[in-house]
Structures are given as C-alpha cells and as structure tokens.
Design a protein around this ligand. Structure first.
Ligand code: JBE
Length: 282
C-alpha cells in the first residue's frame, strides 16, 4: 500500500518510523511518504493560510496551495499511474473513524492524507476532488479538538497499517480483539504471577478447561461491554447470541425485544466494575 501524508509539520509524523508501522515500511509492505505542504507555496513567506471570508476567528488553509500539492501526490488516477487515490481528510467535523473505516481503507492501494491546521482547509478542496471523481473521506478520531490533523493521521495510519497482510505477526490477534466483528469489548487478560498485590488470577483461567475459559471470557466481554458501552450492546444482533449470552445480558438488565436488545428502565445497577481478587462474578 502507498500512503502520502501532506502536512505543514512533517516531523510530527516521525513516529511512523517506529514500531509495527516502521517495520512494515522497512519490509516494503507500506510505502509511506510525508510531504511538506509549504513545498507547494509560491511566495517568499511560504504562506499556506489566510483570513476566513465572512469573518470569524482563526485562519483557513488556502485551496490553491492544497490543490497544487494534492494534484502532485494524488496522480491522475484511474488510467496512468494505477487506481485513483483515496483522499482522507482528518477533521473534527468528519464521520467518526471506526475499525470498519480502517478495514475499508486497508483494502485501498493508495491513500493520501491531507492534514489541516488552524480552522481547517477551504471547503472547495474536498468539493473539487469529489467533483473530479476521487473518493474523499472526512474522518474524525473523536469528539475533542486537536490543533490539526497530524495526530489523527497517525492514529488512522496505525489502525490501517496493522491490518495490511504480513504486518501483524499473528493474524489471530486481529480476529479476537475489541471492535472486531463480534461487536464486544475484549475480555480482561492476565499473565504471571498468578498472585500479585493480594490479587489472584481468576481460578478458571488456571483450570486448563478450554470450554469453561471461553465461556468465562465471553461473559466478561458481555459484562464489560454492558457497563462501558451500552451503545455497542444495543447494536448487537440478538440472532448472533446463544442462550447463555441472553441470560447473562438479562442479568445485566438487557432484554431481547422485537429483534433488538433493549435496556430495562429499572434494570439492576451495573455493579462495582472489575475486581481481580478472584471474586469476579462468573
Ligand atoms: O479527529 N480529528 O480528525 C481532528 C482533526 C483536527 C482537529 N481535531 C480533531 N479531533
């Protein structure tokens, strides 16, 4: 996969030399190039922004500078240099980036990530690339304000990069994880020593009884999801639940109603959270 990032802070992306993404680059699985937007300015001060039409605070990034940069890094697309690039614009006003977006983007051959600073990029840039047949995704990593798209680009590139074939050593670790297709958070995990600071690893995990361990993990995943992410429980497909799942969820105050999960108004309290003292409810 090829990824081009355009930013006024190329050094911000230095972290992509490290860890798994860095390894993927060195292995030739990911061709990642970071570009300085100011290379496409034409004035002495290398200006990339100006005051907003209509007034208001802050500065807006100029469409002409972005247009020259993106024309260069996106390529013509479709005909000559392979498939058209997919333009990704990190912005707090985008759709919220999820594992589903990461999966879809990981199937692309060429991504171009446009990192805006200040109050954003002139809206005509996205409009122009959509109008000229490019796919454009305006994506937010969450409901908080960053100073620009760089950190969000790091997040998205790491989430996408680890899904590329050959990047994560054990592909099984991609299957059994939070925000996978199961729609549940991950169960709690433990390692040695079995006793630490008066806290014991739950007995079932030391039992060697594979089926009981699987059931315990599923129960903990359901309980954790119900406590922390009721939105994810509400989105579960009741048809994908076994009888025991339905019982566990009932104990957490969720009932199947008209093909959907619904929280009982007067359900039990969500409990004290996760203890690791061996008294974890089973
Ligand atoms: O999430 N984002 O993509 C952002 C980009 C720029 C500023 N704030 C954000 N949250």
């Amino acid at each position: 996969m090829r990824v081009d990032v355009v930013t006024i802070f190329p050094d911000y992306l230095a972290a992509l030399d490290l860890s798994l993404v860095g390894k993927a680059r060195r292995a030739g699985l990911l061709d990642l190039r970071v570009h300085d937007l100011r290379d496409w300015t034409s004035d002495r001060h290398r200006t990339v922004d100006d005051t907003p039409f209509g007034g208001g605070a802050g500065m807006v990034m100029r469409p002409d500078v972005w247009g020259r940069a993106l024309d260069d890094v996106m390529g013509a697309g479709g005909g000559d240099g392979g498939p058209a690039a997919h333009l990704v614009v990190p912005t707090p006003s985008g759709e919220v980036f999820t594992q589903r977006h990461a999966e879809a983007l990981a199937a692309e051959e060429h991504l171009v990530v446009a990192c805006g600073r200040y109050e954003g990029i002139d809206a005509r840039v996205v409009e122009h690339y959509r109008a000229t047949g490019h796919r454009v995704s305006e994506l937010s990593i969450g409901d908080y304000v960053l100073n620009g798209g760089e950190v969000a680009a790091l997040v998205m590139i790491e989430a996408v990069g680890r899904l590329l074939p050959g990047v994560v050593g054990n592909p099984e670790s991609l299957v059994e994880e939070s925000h996978g297709a199961a729609g549940l958070l991950e169960y709690p995990v433990y390692t040695k020593p079995p006793a630490w600071e008066g806290l014991d690893v739950p007995d079932v995990l030391l039992s060697g009884h594979h089926a009981r361990i699987e059931r315990w993990r599923r129960d903990r995943a359901l309980a954790r999801t119900a406590q922390r992410r009721p939105d994810m429980v509400a989105a579960l497909d009741p048809g994908a639940l076994d009888r025991h799942d339905v019982d566990v969820l009932a104990g957490l105050g969720w009932v199947v109603d008209g093909g959907r999960l619904r929280r009982l108004e007067d359900g039990p309290e969500q409990g004290p959270g996760e203890g690791t003292s061996g008294t974890v409810a089973e």
